[in-house]
Design a protein around this ligand. Sequence first.
Ligand SMILES: C[S@@+](CC[C@H](N)C(=O)[O-])C[C@H]1O[C@@H](n2cnc3c(N)ncnc32)[C@H](O)[C@@H]1O
Length: 196
Amino acid sequence: MAQDSSRPDFWDTRYRGGVTPWDAAGVPPRLKSWLQRHEAKLRVLIPGCGTGYEVRAFAAQGHDVLAIEFSDAAIEAARRELGALSERVAKADFFAFEATPFDAIYERAFLAALPRRLWPQWAARVAELLRPGGELVGFFYFDDNERGPPFGISRERLLELLAGTFDLVEDEAIPLKESLPVFQGKERWQVWRRRL
Ligand SMILES: C[S@@+](CC[C@H](N)C(=O)[O-])C[C@H]1O[C@@H](n2cnc3c(N)ncnc32)[C@H](O)[C@@H]1O
């Protein structure tokens, strides 16, 4: 199996082989409750969307959602899952595609999919892709494991990456019963707001 998770073939092999322990097979409950509380219609980016279940949830609430992926196999999985909503999924590299800034970026198992050497680039890119006041919302995986993915992060490291540009405005542990085994006890819901 390919070993460098910064490359699409790493993910192609896993999606094609059905080795996807991160795949929630649906929309996480904590995202559903966030969506119910937010009525304003947002332009939302989902980087590294995988099977892309959340695309339907954002679209159903009237949000203008764009999901991106660089793995062909993941895009195929998203198309099978989303049917007509597949038009919201585009093949693109998070670090290289062109877009005007979004109101929100949804995070789940994307930061943890990136080799740690790419994290400073991830933080700069998230700041670039969000308008001032925009929010990075979703699930973050906290661990001190050496090998990944998933590559766990520490609270200090995440703060170091984001505190220059963002304020942490929500931070909650995810109940064990809402986590997949691979993330259990180590997952938090967080919202980071880009400073004006
Ligand atoms: C662990 S999976 C998570 C998928 C999805 N977010 C989920 O929660 O199921 C990480 C995904 O990020 C994608 N990915 C990694 N680096 C990427 C990049 N630079 N641009 C676009 N997609 C990327 C991979 O192809 C893979 O599908």
